[in-house]
Design a protein around this ligand. Structure first.
Ligand SMILES: C[S@@+](CC[C@H](N)C(=O)[O-])C[C@H]1O[C@@H](n2cnc3c(N)ncnc32)[C@H](O)[C@@H]1O
Length: 263
């Protein structure tokens, strides 16, 4: 199928450009690298990430209470996740890693309140984000609380260092991971087995890592890191398949190069 011509809008920063994706929601391109699928930014967020970690389950039994996002980007996944948790009355603690935060002025142009139950989340977040990025003192982290059971932290750091440097056993653990760096060609350092092992250690037993990338080499690296991988159908009109990787064993896996792909 031919790739549709999508509307692009310039921003105040020439390295960033807005693209209107096929579901009408907007994403960003930085130096040509797309932050979400052109087939639908919201569709990708809701399907790959929220649904991937179980946030479509109406019994709420398997909902994650804590999520780690690798690659905060526009904040779209965070806003949609806390909007969903608030609507469901479920607690959520959301921690994201980002090394190149984007100005609030650019994020404002993305109209991130589209389809949110609580559009007021967007000005709430952008006001604090803007204040933090403009602050003259270097803050390593922005921590926000919408209410007592809805918390967000964005850690301004290199995710590779954050995920590989800590002493094994000392890491804080999460119920789920949104693994959303750029693809392995643009961001190869983040898809290495060592980084994926760092993520494995940070996930609670039974927890999931979800990502849009199903490449064989990525699946094998996830398996070497200890995950069981499954390819599942992708969003309607989007990628054919996306990936769910589950931590099923508590023991650190013995590294092995010859494991077969099961996902
Ligand atoms: C595909 S975008 C993430 C989109 C995001 N999930 C959203 O909802 O907008 C990838 C993000 O990963 C960030 N990133 C890339 N390499 C990184 C690194 N080494 N450490 C931290 N963040 C990184 C990029 O700056 C970019 O914001």
């Amino acid at each position: 199928m031919p790739i549709p011509v999508r509307e692009q809008i310039s921003t105040i920063d020439p390295s960033y450009c807005i693209e209107v994706t096929d579901d009408g929601s907007r994403t960003l391109l930085r130096d040509g690298n797309r932050f979400h699928s052109g087939c639908g930014a919201i569709a990708e967020c809701d399907w790959v990430y929220l649904r991937g970690v179980g946030m479509n389950d109406e019994t709420y039994e398997d909902w994650p209470r804590s999520i780690l996002e690798v690659g905060f980007g526009t904040g779209m996944a965070m806003l949609r996740t806390i909007d969903r948790a608030l609507s469901a009355g479920q607690p959520i603690e959301y921690v994201a890693l980002e090394n190149s935060p984007i100005s609030a002025q650019i994020l404002e142009e993305l109209k991130l309140d589209r389809d949110l139950q609580r559009p007021e989340l967007v000005p709430w977040f952008l006001e604090r984000w803007d204040h933090c990025l403009r602050s003259t003192t270097l803050t390593p982290e922005l921590s926000l609380a919408w209410d007592a059971q809805t918390k967000v932290s964005v850690i301004f750091t290199d995710a590779v260092a954050w995920l590989t440097n800590q002493k094994p056993g000392s890491e804080r653990k999460f119920d789920a991971v949104y693994f959303d760096p750029f693809d392995p060609v643009i961001n190869p350092e983040l898809w290495q087995t060592e980084v994926l092992q760092g993520l494995w250690r940070r996930i609670n037993l039974g927890g999931r890592l979800v990502t849009y990338c199903v490449q064989g080499e990525v699946r094998r690296s996830l398996q070497r890191a200890g995950f069981e991988t499954h390819r599942v159908p992708g969003p309607p009109f989007g990628k054919r398949q996306v990936l769910i990787a589950t931590k099923l064993a508590a023991e650190d896996p013995v590294p092995s190069d010859d494991q077969n792909s099961s996902g």
